[in-house]
Ligand binder design. Sequence first.
Ligand SMILES: *[C@@H]1O[C@H](CO)[C@@H](O)[C@H](O)[C@H]1NC(C)=O
Ligand SMILES: *[C@@H]1O[C@H](CO)[C@@H](O)[C@H](O)[C@H]1NC(C)=O
Length: 325
Amino acid sequence: MAWRFLSVLAVVLILAAASSAADEVLIPRPAEAAAPALTFGEGYTQLFGDSNLRLHGDGKRVHISLDERTGSGFASQGAYLHGFFSASIKLPSDYAAGVVVAFYMSNGDVYEKTHDELDFEFLGNVSGKEWRVQTNVYGHGSTAVGREERYGLWFDPTEDFHRYAIHWTNRTIRFYIDETPIREVVRSERMGLQFPSKPMSLYATIWDGSSWATSGGRYKVDYKYAPYVAQFTDLLLRPDPDHHGAAGGEAMSLSSAQRAAMERARARHMTYGYCYDRARYPAPLPECSVGAEAAMYLPSGEARSSDRRRHGKRHRRAGGADAAL
Ligand SMILES: *[C@@H]1O[C@H](CO)[C@@H](O)[C@H](O)[C@H]1NC(C)=O
Ligand SMILES: *[C@@H]1O[C@H](CO)[C@@H](O)[C@H](O)[C@H]1NC(C)=O
């Protein structure tokens, strides 16, 4: 969805890119000392939304907001082939139906017809109902082939900052929430160019997705509750120096504990998976490895909630924690 939004805005973006509103330093945490310490002005650029993008505190936090006038967003100045990209994000609280916060990588500005994209999309909800997170992968303009997965979160994403990360290598794409890997796409021969393989920039945007975001468009953005503010901090760009795999020396494969944590998180929290959507893909796409867990999903790809609860309870009794590594 983000690609469509951006293509509409392309002209606005080009104009807006000329003016960078920010110039304060984003200080890396000690453990991230290897990452380039760039000022917002050096590393990122505002895309749109004029005063709806603001730097706060000592300049480490970027707030982007949506009101009746406009959404807002920023992007990295550089484009990267492989690496580890993350941000700690706190989402707008209270009524936020129709609001979409996106944290993603794309090269749609360079490759109009053959673009690649890796998405985290956060979909707001009515008051008291939980946000959903969607991840998606497009490669070489494969926008007709959705690879969406949706998850509930095991915490309230409007209460605190949580880290959302994309680790992209030549062989795998992984999405993390805090320390927990939630999705891994392993490159397969048959995926071909649908596995993203051209440099991408990092983006963060907030916009009005009333037509689809919440219950298929049933609940819309209500500007009575505006501005909707999404807070970003600890923005990390760690490009992969050798372009092949180990970003910053990180292990190329998940440890068995990480893999177990990923499988637990998916079993408990995934609410939709394209690999299980038989209505849309009568034969699963080539990278899907569908096993016994398929019984937990309806032919629409939606999780069977009763199975999910049983599954969750079994793990809770066993003392598993989502973030355990
Ligand atoms: C909103 O809450 C309802 C009810 O809990 C849930 O079914 C839905 O998936 C939530 N999220 C969105 C984005 O609609
Ligand atoms: C990915 O790895 C393959 C095999 O190791 C190699 O042939 C190819 O050039 C690599 N591609 C990139 C973009 O690094």
